[in-house]
Design a protein around this ligand. Sequence first.
Ligand code: ZN
Ligand code: FE
Length: 257
Amino acid sequence: MSDLEIRQFMCLNDNFGVLVYDPASEATLAVDVPDAETVDGELEKAGWTLSHILITHHHADHVQGLKALKDKTGAQVIGPVKSAAQIGDIDESVDDGATVSFGDYEIRCIATPGHTLDQISYWIPEGGVAFTGDTLFAMGCGRLFESSPAIMWSSMQKLMNQLPPETRIYCGHEYTFANARFAVSVDPANSALADRLVEVERLRAADKPTLPTTMALELQTNPFLRVEDAGIRETVGLVGAPAAEVFAEVRRRKDSF
Ligand code: ZN
Ligand code: FE
């Protein structure tokens, strides 16, 4: 078991801020900066000193606090090579397969284009934790603003192939309830999904976060990972179709759900 300590908190409307602290080295990282003040306030509450900032993609709701937080903390900023110039303030631009040290831990960068072309997911294998930004959500995936369904599907496959089932996954947004309602519409016979919808409703009614999730739970309940499932294929009328085609149809349905 890893000894990383993780704080997750809401920023803006439905963005998550995440801080990760390594007690041995006292290194602390933030994943994205939706709002510098909120992230800084959480650092203060925890008594942690920020050393690293990981940026998942260039959208404003993930980077708009970056400059202010970097100026205040002097943290080293790691971000996607494809949008490094656009984002600015990036010290180390990374692409698929890059690794970054964090205390004694290693952070692995997995390029997961789809929502945006630049998107990087970050995985700390020894910590058993990954940060998928707006690529993989609980029971969902990001909207395709900059690429095709085929590209997003290959990113989903990459995450399924690389992240062990027990990996805890933190995502960019609290979209879980809406995602669960949609998931049931394409995967109505899935009892694990039905159970999860009830649990998510309970958490949201109590104003509690539904994340992190795990890869194992997503494999059971996320329709965007389950496009080989016979029930989903039947529901969307694509029984013998290639997986990428089923993925595209599920994504299309979600866009107009
Ligand atoms: Zn985004
Ligand atoms: Fe976002």
